[in-house]
Design a binder for this molecule. Sequence first.
Ligand code: SIN
Length: 304
Amino acid sequence: MPSPASLTVVLGTGGTISGTADRATDNVGYRAAQLGVAALVAAVPALAGVPLESAQVAQLDSKDMSHAVWQQLAQRVAAELARPDVGGVVVTHGTDTLEETAYFLHRVLAPAKPVVLTAAMRPATSLQADGPQNLLDAVTLAREPGAAGVLVVLGGRAFAADGLRKADAYRLDAFEGPEVARLEEGRVRPTGPWPRSAPLGLACIARAPERWPRVAWLTSHAGFDAALVDGLRAAGFDGLVIAGTGNGTLHADLQAALLRARDAGLEVRVTTRCASGRVVGGAPDQPVGPAQARVALLLELLQR
Ligand code: SIN
């Protein structure tokens, strides 16, 4: 007898997982976001007997992700999770901004049911496409009793959203972050706690996306030109995340410009441009990397 909450909803947003190339050997020169989510599900024979529904929420290369799609996706995921017959949701996505979307959904929804984002590093037409296995693993995790929170599955590993980073531009196991489970032969082996936190709620993101705060992200570097910061201030930006050098240190010209920006009312947060580690002595609840720190500042400003 199937459980009343056995249905999994798969929402498509595009990405390489739905990309196609002219040749099966081409894992770089492809077009992302070509196949619909129903075709991705149909390409995995092992999903044939699994109770699933699928729907296309967006169809884009995730480098072009927008706040409008985030709003639509969060609202759609929340609506699916509210259905008593739905046990979990899977979202297919591009890898390039996956850590941002996952963190956004984590902070807004912090769901008690699993929301599993998955992606692929190779297009669907590849000789050895990784998308079908990743999708199967994501559905397996979304149906796992007790699983909760926003999770990301790729290369046989499941991660919590908070702290996730795309760490490699080409390898199939491209992500680093807090691992919560391994997917092995159709089974989930938990390796860490499911993420749990209080959600901000959909009300926080209800206003029209074109009226969301404007938050930019810059990196401190040799020869930094302070005109960048002054330009953002003049353009009316509300927040600025800086990926500082090392332990969050800043070029002196950038530091001076940030003081001017702060005086003008801009909120400034500093992270590190290092690939690992967090700013020692920084705010303990701030995300480690600039991509997620930008989302955190956006959500903070949206609550004002
Ligand atoms: C994308 O992020 O949509 C393209 C790249 C990828 O999915 O790996």
